[in-house]
Design a protein around this ligand. Structure first.
Ligand SMILES: [Zn+2]
Length: 478
């Protein structure tokens, strides 16, 4: 009988933290800028510069730890990991080895096989490296230090994952929890979430681990899926048919060729000569700091979803869409608190706000409007004070400026006027100018009425109760 195999996968996920400045100096941690614009002697690894830990980095490290059910180390320390590479000016990376910020967590995932808890070994804080830019024209390589010392956390799982499906579910769950807690935007395509995949294969039921290979810096979920399937098949083929000798090594995944290639022998911890960084003070987390972070944690997305359905009466579909993003939840909750109409608030966000975001090529996470003002706008529409088309114009303006919807509507002539004599004047003029539509309507063409209605509404600049206009128009024609 043929042997059955199981895949054993552990992940190291690097996440760039949403901080303004770098981990050990005050240089900007933001993307962009000219090359080597965001640098100082500290992040360039100049001798004698003393690093100072950015407190916000520790805040976010603790937040991530708590979101993933970890224990927080109340004294957390930084260590030097030595290796040489041109984008690492000090020839060592400052990271955490002996006492990382968070340990022993769990993340629950849901796949076609049901629920499963993935254990988290640790979360440590560390600095990113710089970037090498190769210029083929002059055959020269440049170093850009803008990214050196940008803060990262690395989330190390135990080897509890056993398929591409589980890995995808795990990464999506991490992304959702960390975005909710505003730890990071976790954008794989922009490199703010990257993943190293450690994989081995063994006969089902065996408790001995097979030879492990590592694929580094994977930055798309679909590539990770393909790489895991390819590596699993390669390992099984090597074991069954002796096609090659499996060695512990780091491999590069080529997504275009759909193959992995050997890069170098895998380093062991000993190669890095970890030792405590004498320049960085240990960070002591007292009760006040710990409790403050604990109190700031958001509700989990599924708790919010449940509340939206049971307490606010939203449908499952709407609740699902809103809880995909913390930004949508925040705006929705503020708008609802203001207008008291949950369904309307959800509709405005899911249809109108999403349309504006799409037009601006922004994602849901980037929704940045005043929720209270959105609630006021929804009330204006519900009270018949502003027509739908004009309300959408006001919404557009809300994406640009912090406005008061009612005041803005008044200033721009968007308040519905039900001055019937003015409406009658407009109807008379439109009807007189378009006798053909009137005749069409009288001969049974319903559509002709819509044409006349549209012309009147346009003349009135949308500031008219549609019901009143329709009734008056019909009366006039008949
Ligand atoms: Zn700096």
């Amino acid at each position: 009988m043929a042997t059955k195999y199981e895949t054993v996968i552990g992940l190291e996920v690097h996440i760039e933290l949403a901080t303004e400045s770098k981990i050990f100096c005050s240089c900007s941690a933001k993307f962009g800028g000219e090359q080597n614009d965001h640098v100082c002697p500290a992040c360039c690894g100049m001798p004698g510069m003393l690093p100072v830990v950015n407190k916000h980095v520790v805040d976010l490290g603790m937040t991530a730890g708590m979101m993933l059910n970890c224990d927080i180390n109340r004294v957390t320390t930084f260590d030097k990991k030595s290796y040489y590479y041109p984008d690492l000016p000090g020839s060592y990376q400052t990271t955490q080895w002996f006492s990382p910020v968070a340990v022993n967590g769990t993340v629950r995932i849901n796949t076609s096989k049901g629920e499963k808890d993935i254990r988290i070994k640790q979360i440590h804080m560390e600095e990113d490296a710089g970037k090498l830019v190769h210029d083929d024209w002059t055959n020269t390589t440049f170093v850009d230090f803008n990214r050196t010392s940008v803060p990262l956390i690395e989330i190390v799982s135990q080897p509890d994952l056993s398929s591409a499906e589980e890995v995808v579910a795990y990464l999506e769950r991490l992304r959702s929890l960390l975005r909710f807690a505003k730890v990071s935007e976790c954008r794989m395509e922009q490199g703010s979430m990257r993943c190293d995949v450690n994989l081995s294969v063994r006969p089902e039921g065996s408790n001995v681990l097979g030879v492990r290979t590592e694929m580094k810096n994977m930055n798309s979920i679909s590539a990770i899926e393909r790489a895991i399937e390819y590596e699993t098949a390669r390992h099984i083929d090597a074991i069954e048919n002796g096609t090659e000798e499996l060695v512990q090594e780091t491999r590069r995944w080529d997504d275009i060729k759909g193959k992995s290639f050997a890069m170098r022998n895998k380093e062991t911890a000993g190669d890095y000569r970890y030792f405590p960084d004498p320049n960085v003070m240990p960070v002591c987390i007292d009760d006040e700091w710990f409790d403050g972070i604990k109190a700031s944690l958001p509700e989990f997305p599924e708790v919010k979803k449940d509340k939206y359905i049971t307490e606010l009466g939203l449908g499952e579909y709407d609740a699902d869409l809103l809880t995909e993003s913390r930004a949508l939840c925040d705006v929705f909750e503020e708008a609802y608190a203001e207008c008291g109409m949950a369904k309307e608030a959800a509709n405005w966000i899911i249809s109108n706000c999403m349309k504006v975001l799409n037009r601006k090529q922004l994602t849901a996470d980037m929704l940045d409007i005043n929720g209270k003002a959105l609630g006021q706008l929804i009330k204006l529409v519900a009270d018949g004070k502003v027509g739908n088309a004009n309300a959408r114009k006001i919404l557009d303006e809300m994406f640009e400026n912090d406005i008061e919807p009612e005041k803005y509507a008044e200033e721009n002539g968007f308040i519905v006027s039900n001055d019937t004599s003015k409406i009658q004047d407009v109807i008379n003029a439109v009807v007189a100018a378009d006798q053909k539509s009137v005749a069409d309507f009288k001969s049974g063409k319903e559509k002709a009425l819509m044409a006349l209605f549209g012309k009147c509404m346009k003349e009135l600049k949308g500031n008219c109760d549609p019901q009143i206009l329709r009734e008056m128009l019909l009366k006039t024609i008949q």
